[in-house]
Design a protein around this ligand. Structure first.
Ligand code: UTP
Ligand code: MG
Length: 587
């Protein structure tokens, strides 16, 4: 219950509806508890003395009570549903906002696939718990207490005789509740597993097909599916045992009431009506106990869900603005790395991904980063928009530490095309405008022209209105990259970061993009990561990263003279390439 209770703040806006719903429930239970008394009245004052008026009158009153109860039940359910639905909506909204506020580091630790489950089925399961609490549990507890009290007030001696019997039922139910709790928790776990398999498989469905692994994945899914089914069956089996067992106990109870009560009736110390009321109370006392057992079992599953929701909720974004952070309006774009160390697991710089990085990018300069895969290029540029925080050292923009700026104002200065291109479902235009929805068509076209995307966009059936599918599924890799570049350019940023953004574009188009960028981004500080050396030839500064360290730095002309490692890359890419080309053409 601890985890569920932590979420109680979401009930606050619905306090009145919740209280009203419970009040209705109290009235309903009160009315329901009156019914056995009425039966007692019919038997003792109507049937036994042969007074038909009392029989009729009481029957009508009972009918009235039942109708009233029905009306109250509708009101109660409507209110409870409203509370639970509102609660779930607010919870989902908060979870979503929370996830949006998290940093890259937080998100690395929470797996995105699981986040979908957490915002959907976990919320539903918690919502379920709220509904049960609001309607069932109150009802069950009150019925139980009420009928026990009424049993004692009807005939305390008989009630005392039944006490051991009821204790036995209670013990049984507690045992069952414990078992059910375990089973339902296991059901939830199996469901999680099923969700995980499904999630992973669906997001990688193309790879599955490409590697003809459908059969393997089928098996994996079937296994999870089967486990889930079996676990559910096990839970239901227990319930199936519980029900008839309760029936037997109930019948035994009824028999003992008639046995002990019958003797009292013979002795004249009890009426037949009282016996009937008694058996009725026993029934109204037993079913709530059964209900409670089930509720306790199901709460276990909701508790597991609540725990996972709280796990997300309790995440503090590990990148937050310092209280004294300033908002920057204008920058020149002078970017300096001062002895920066970085590792993905935070402070510890023993095994850094980036090691003692010192780098100056002057306003308007283009700095190109070369380096083999895994050398830390992406990690380096990700520090500029503070997707991750440096572990030691500092990065400054116009002399101000990035950590002393409001992060939103920093991001407003940066246009970035990430290494992994992500587009959203929607029109081409909206995808380009993603960072600045207010941009007009002319601006969109200018950006698209600079990234050499205009031409292919115009060749699409509906031009800029053409629909892009989820994740850009209906575009080629190079087309996606060019839209992503246009998206970054549209912001007219002071700092432009392109992380391997032309890797899927042919060499000619790449050269055109570079020409256009040079013209359009004269005053912009550009950081460009590239695999191909041809991309970086004209850069103002080239740095070569190796294993997280800068091993060479300078212009192409300088490096080709002084840096063996650069010469090597050059040779391997262009030198040989040229040689081969000449061999083929015979020149
Ligand atoms: P990078 O992602 O910075 O390398 O990872 P890169 O130079 O850009 O490589 P390519 O060219 O895109 O392939 C640098 C190191 O950081 C680790 C990786 O294992 C890699 O060795 N890393 C990266 C993490 O530990 N966690 C991450 O989330 C990303
Ligand atoms: Mg990379």
């Amino acid at each position: 219950m601890r985890e569920l209770i932590k979420l109680k703040r979401f009930l606050k806006p619905y306090t009145i509806s919740a209280i009203l719903s419970m009040a209705l429930m109290v009235v309903m239970v009160g009315l329901q508890l009156m019914l056995p008394r009425m039966i007692q009245r019919i038997v003792d004052l109507g049937i036994t003395p042969g007074n038909m008026t009392i029989v009729w009158q009481t029957t009508l009153v009972m009918l009235g009570i039942s109708l009233l109860n029905m009306a109250f039940a509708v009101g109660n359910t409507t209110l409870a549903v409203r509370v639970a639905e509102g609660y779930a909506r607010d919870l989902r909204k908060d979870l979503f906002n929370k996830i949006q506020s998290l940093s890259f580091g937080n998100l690395d630790r929470l797996h995105t696939g699981q986040l979908i489950v957490r915002t959907t089925s976990d919320v539903t399961s918690v919502q379920h718990a709220v509904r049960m609490m609001l309607s069932l549990s109150v009802r069950a507890l009150m019925l139980l207490a009420g009928s026990l009290i009424l049993m004692f007030s009807t005939n305390s001696q008989l009630a005392v005789k039944l006490l051991p019997f009821m204790l036995l039922i209670l013990v049984l139910i507690v045992i069952f509740a414990g078992k059910l709790q375990k089973l339902f928790t296991a059901v939830q776990q199996k469901l999680d597993k099923l969700n995980n398999v499904l999630q992973e498989n669906l997001s990688g469905v193309r790879v599955v097909k490409a590697f003809v692994r459908a059969a393997f994945e089928n098996e994996r899914f079937s296994e999870a599916n089967e486990e889930f089914t079996q676990q559910n069956i096990a839970a239901m089996r227990l319930m199936a045992v519980l029900m008839p067992l309760m029936k037997i106990l109930l019948n035994l109870g009824t028999v003992s009431i008639i046995w002990f009560g019958g003797m009292e009736v013979i002795q004249g110390s009890m009426t037949i009506g009282q016996i009937m009321a008694f058996t009725n109370y026993l029934m109204t006392a037993m079913f709530p106990m059964l209900m409670l057992a089930m509720i306790i079992g199901m709460l276990a599953a909701s508790e597991a869900s609540a725990k996972r929701i709280n796990e997300v909720m309790s995440n503090k974004p590990d990148i937050q603005d310092r209280p004294e952070a300033i908002s920057i309006e204008e920058t020149n774009g002078r970017l300096v790395f001062e002895d920066v160390c970085f590792s993905y697991n935070g402070k510890d710089c023993a095994k850094p991904v980036l090691n003692h990085i010192n780098l100056v990018a002057e306003p308007g300069q283009t700095v190109a980063i070369l380096g083999s895969t895994g050398s830390g290029k992406t990690s380096l540029v990700n520090l500029i928009p503070r997707f991750y925080e440096v572990s030691s050292g500092r990065i400054t923009l116009d002399g101000v530490d990035l950590r002393d700026m409001k992060r939103d104002s920093l991001l407003a200065q940066i246009g970035i095309a990430l290494q992994e291109t992500v587009l959203f479902s929607g029109s081409v235009r909206d995808n380009i405008r993603y960072g600045r929805m207010s941009a007009n068509d002319e601006e969109v076209i200018v950006a698209a022209k600079a990234s050499q995307a205009h031409e292919f966009i115009m060749s699409l059936p509906e031009g800029y209105d053409s629909r892009i599918e989820q994740r850009g599924a209906n575009l080629s890799g190079g087309q996606k990259q060019r839209i992503a570049i246009a998206r970054a350019l549209l912001l007219k940023p002071r700092i432009l970061i392109l992380d391997d953004s032309t890797s899927a574009v042919d060499v000619d188009t790449e050269a055109q993009i570079q020409d256009a960028l040079e013209k359009a981004m004269k005053d912009t500080t550009s950081i460009i990561i590239a695999q191909r050396i041809s991309t970086v030839l004209t850069a103002d500064k080239i740095i070569v990263l190796d294993n997280g360290r800068i091993t060479a730095e300078g212009t192409h002309a300088e490096l080709i003279k002084n840096s063996p490692i650069y010469q090597e890359i050059y040779e391997s890419q262009l030198g040989n390439g040229l040689k081969k080309a000449t061999e083929v053409t015979g020149n």
